[in-house]
Design a binder for this molecule. Sequence first.
Ligand code: GLY
Length: 383
Amino acid sequence: MAEAHARTFCTEKEDSKMQKMMIHYNDVPIYPIVLSENFDALGEALDGLMIKDRKVCIVTDSHVADFYLEQVEHIVKEHCAAASHFIFPAGEESKTLTTVENLYEFLIQNKFERKDMLVALGGGVVGDLTGFTAATYLRGIRFIQIPTSLLAQVDSSIGGKTGVDFRAYKNMVGAFHQPKLVYSCAETLKTLTSQQYISGLGEIIKHGLIKDAAYYEWLKAHKEAILARDTQTVIDMIAVSCHIKKEVVENDPEEAGERALLNFGHTLGHAVEKLMNFTMLHGECVAVGMHAAAWLSMEKGMLTEAAYKDITDTIASFGLPVSVKGLEPEQIVAVSKSDKKMDKGRVKFILLDPEGHAVIDRSIRDEQLLAAASVIVRNGEQS
Ligand code: GLY
């Protein structure tokens, strides 16, 4: 709890429109996370990367390019020998080995070498795909993350998970490859659709539920300002979420144990995402999955009924779904069992024991999983 207060205390500081933290592995500083209101400090952050004599390729998608490519490319150009860009069509359907191959081709044509660098400018798809290309091109080149979605700023840009989807399997092919810098600009959140912004809040609520009950309470207390995207509140919120993610990945960089806690809501959430054919956003599916996981936690006596109800009410009050229509519970279970989060054939389920403290549970039986899946389908007509 002392830890939780330390984290939330940092949200009370005045003039914290710029926050920095360093990711360490084995006490060695690996890369900074810079969180700023705008792109003004990007040049200074790039200076630390020694790219003056190197080529840089900015990888982005057709949507983000329209908003931020020109501005970012202008800054990058001033800090390296030559800047170019590679744009692919926006959307999960682009997160494939084919897009990676096209990017390899572009890098080869433009004679990119081992010491050159990629910049991932965009949301989770851009970050994961660029990171995977960086991990594998010439056996690994440097890359940095400039996440432009809320979800990418608090989750996918941190911790070095990279990858693409393979056929029907989400994130099935990938590598751990750490970025050299994560630079998050809060201004980019203003151009997100309401649905995209709220989807990011799914992962943020998750952070509170798995690691920090005080943060979860803070989120509820600041709901109006968060939904209104008040700059200072948003920066404070992202900073706390980044701290939580930082602590988890520092303790367990390659998901040997504790990092799996970040998968709270993801076991059934990923199955819903796939079955809905990606028509629902990731954070929305995680929200539905969190509902199922909270219900299972209550069934196992780890959460009170009041806490379970508070969690579903909170998720819904931020505009996130708690259930889905048109799916069969059996389908959800079958798909969740083909997910990569399986361990020796058993589902590695993340439960709350209680809110603010997540645990890994390998004892969930098929009928319990089916009952949890029924909870999120049964209420489909209500939300
Ligand atoms: N998004 C979950 C993780 O980074 O481990």
